[in-house]
Design a protein around this ligand. Structure first.
Ligand SMILES: [Cu+2]
Length: 328
């Protein structure tokens, strides 16, 4: 047991100082909500106030945080049971779990992706099962075109659909869903840490049941799969029609980072109609952040953080599956 709650992180209405970011608040299985924050390894906010409210992105591609975000090794007490063919809808939200939520800042153009790995992950165990990137080219000069995050996820209330592969063998898995925001990706983080592509990975614990026989092929590792210079990670979203001199190669196409989608994944994902949200639509004012291996947790009175706990933390991934400790 750890002395701080990771489930109850939240964003504050006061977002004037920070940009609006997103993480998964709930998972629907075939349209049925599994409960707010259930089965989801909710990330820390990754920065002290005011950054602490922002769910700051992961930008260091060599960090373990690129796997399942900050605190991504820490299990959720609940695991979502699914069967091959089930349709999962991830409910990405920012401030609250309502249709009025702003999801993510409008500037955050980029792709959305999903990987599947046995739980716990091993070397090269993440297999890509879904991706969507730039799906419509810009009409005007210097325009970004239509991107999965800003033209699909954001207007669709943060809903992202993935399907459990046909015939997948029973067992415990993690789905690593990911958004990559490219508005500062014309620079590379290793050369300019103020800028660079912004990664928002978020992992969901599932247990596949049934008598499927299909095993996942070899995939990629996180960290490891992405490099700073990869096309699609070093990318200028506004460059496709520029004629001025350019810092990075300028293309009208966008190569989505990582491996190709596994042939065993569903070729298409379909939006299913969703039932009611089950569980809270807001979270208590709470934040947690990590600096030099110390986790600090705070509640908020107005805009003032009140620190409730600090503890040392180093990400530690088990080599074997461990049954999560249920909450009392
Ligand atoms: Cu941002």
């Amino acid at each position: 047991m750890r002395g701080y709650s990771l489930l109850w992180v939240t964003a504050l209405a006061n977002v004037g100082l920070v940009q609006a970011h997103t993480f998964i608040w709930g998972v629907f299985v075939n349209g049925v909500d599994q409960g707010t924050f259930r089965g989801i390894r909710t990330p820390a906010y990754n920065g002290p106030p005011p950054r602490g409210y922002a769910n700051s992105p992961v930008k260091n591609l060599e960090s373990i945080d690129i796997r399942c975000n900050v605190l991504g090794d820490i299990q959720n007490p609940y695991t979502i049971k699914v069967q091959p063919g089930d349709n999962l809808t991830f409910d990405w939200k920012h401030n609250n779990r309502t249709l009025a939520d702003d999801i993510i800042d409008f500037s955050h153009h980029g792709p959305m992706l999903a990987y599947l790995s046995p739980d716990p992950p091993t070397e090269n165990s993440f297999v890509k099962i879904f991706e969507k990137g730039l799906y419509e080219l810009p009409e005007k000069q210097f325009a970004p075109g239509k991107w999965a995050i800003t033209s699909d996820l954001k207007p669709n209330y943060g809903r992202m659909n993935v399907r459990i592969p046909n015939g997948l063998k029973a067992g415990h898995y993690l789905i690593r869903a990911e958004l990559i925001a490219l508005h500062e990706a014309d620079a590379s983080y290793d050369k300019n840490p103020q800028r660079g592509a912004q990664f928002y990975p978020d992992c969901v614990q599932i247990e596949v049941t049934g008598d499927g026989t299909v095993e996942l092929p070899a995939g990629v590792s996180f960290p490891g799969a992405y490099k700073y210079g990869d096309p699609g990670i070093l990318h200028d979203v506004y460059c496709s029609t520029k004629t001025t001199s350019l810092k990075v190669p300028c293309t009208t196409t966008y190569p989505i980072p990582g491996p190709t989608v596994w042939s065993g994944a569903w070729p298409d994902t379909t939006a299913v109609s969703l039932g009611a949200v089950s569980g809270p639509i807001t979270a208590p004012l709470w934040s947690s952040w990590i600096s030099k291996s110390v986790v600090t947790s705070a509640t908020y009175i107005g805009n003032s953080p009140s620190i409730v706990a600090t503890s040392t933390y180093t990400a530690s991934w088990s080599a074997k599956y461990v049954t999560p400790t249920p909450v009392a």
